[in-house]
Design a binder for this molecule. Structure first.
Ligand code: NAD
Length: 307
């Protein structure tokens, strides 16, 4: 018998995840605060409910795909939250990119009721979510992971068990730190190439045949930046949140992370200057403006004098 599932959060990732869970034969009860997000699943057998506690009572396993830890905490522990109808033996799987310290706190509270928790954030973006080919990184008790692996396989192609509660969320934030670094640094290099008269598509072709390539240059530039559509489906605000999570984790370990901190400042100022709701690939447009405004850094001029 397949467990009955609940899914809270039907946005860019949760909506695609839901379709793959249904395709794999699961019964899925769904909840979202946005009627529009629910209506996108109207042509499926997903069953919407009006209250979280109905979902928590009906489902054996509840998955979350929510923007951030404050919202996750509200949905799980807040008034009218899942906790009000959870009972021993149920499992909560948080696939959102959340804060490890918050995840550990929620797992601790649920454990007292006999409810298990896994953090199982995903990577691959909307493209791979639609294909059911996400990478999934799982934290929590290994036996719970073994029990829930089948559910994760409905939308995940490669699934990794990485450690205790919060470990999946930590690894996810570090993945996005790397992704943010490659995207911002490739944008900076491309802006210089363009300013020097090299056509951008040629520049990106060269990099993709060379050692400077990355997922950012191989997928994001050709699909979302060269045509200036900036529509990968992952907001800049969410990327900025993930960088904060990674740097807070570094601070907890007293590790300075100078490269991550420098790049994070760029994303943070983009978010603060009206780019939070835009797609994260619009960091390219933000950098175009920023580099026009910034005086040439002293360090750069010194390097050119040094030859
Ligand atoms: P999204 O904003 O498209 O979707 C979030 C959904 O949560 C929305 O439908 C929203 O209405 C709903 N929601 C917000 N508050 C709620 C509440 N209190 N109760 C119920 N529903 C609520 O976000 P997304 O891009 O789908 O991302 C979801 C999570 O997955 C985030 O943590 C994000 O960082 C992570 N993620 C996103 C991507 C991506 O490419 N978009 C990739 C990997 C991971």
């Amino acid at each position: 018998m397949k467990p009955r599932l609940g899914l809270v959060g039907l946005g860019n990732i949760g909506g695609a995840m839901c379709r793959h869970l249904l395709k794999a034969g699961y019964e899925v009860t769904v909840y979202d605060v946005s009627p529009e997000a629910i209506s996108r699943l109207e042509n499926t057998s997903a069953e919407p409910v009006e209250e979280l506690k109905i979902l928590a009572a009906r489902a054996d396993v509840v998955l979350l795909s929510l923007p951030n830890s404050d919202i996750v905490e509200g949905v799980v522990l807040g008034e009218g939250g899942l906790v009000e109808s959870f009972s021993a033996g149920k499992v909560l799987i948080d696939t959102s990119s959340s804060r490890p310290s918050s995840t550990r706190r929620i797992a601790g509270t649920l454990a007292k009721m006999g409810v298990e928790m896994l953090d199982a954030p995903v990577s691959g973006g909307v493209l791979r979510a639609r294909e059911g080919k996400l990478a999934v990184m799982v934290g929590g008790e290994r036996p719970v992971y073994e029990r829930c692996r089948g559910i994760l396989q409905a939308f995940g192609e490669r699934i990794f068990y990485v450690g205790g509660h919060g470990a999946g969320h930590l690894v996810k934030s570090l993945n996005n730190l790397l992704s943010a670094i490659t995207l911002a640094s490739a944008a900076e290099a491309a802006i210089l190439a363009g300013k020097s008269g090299i056509p951008l598509d040629v520049f990106i072709d060269v990099i993709n045949a060379s050692n400077g390539r990355s997922y950012s240059t191989e997928v994001k530039f050709p699909r979302y930046i060269l045509d200036r559509s900036f529509d990968d489906g992952f907001s800049l605000g969410l990327m900025n949140k993930d960088l904060g999570i990674a740097l807070d984790a570094a601070a907890e370990q007293e590790l300075p992370m100078p490269i991550g901190s420098a790049v994070s400042r760029i994303w943070n100022s983009a978010a603060a200057r009206g780019f939070a709701e835009k797609d994260h690939t619009a960091i390219y447009a933000f950098l175009e403006d920023l580099l026009r405004e910034l005086p040439v850094l002293e360090e750069n001029s010194q390097r050119s004098e040094d030859g």
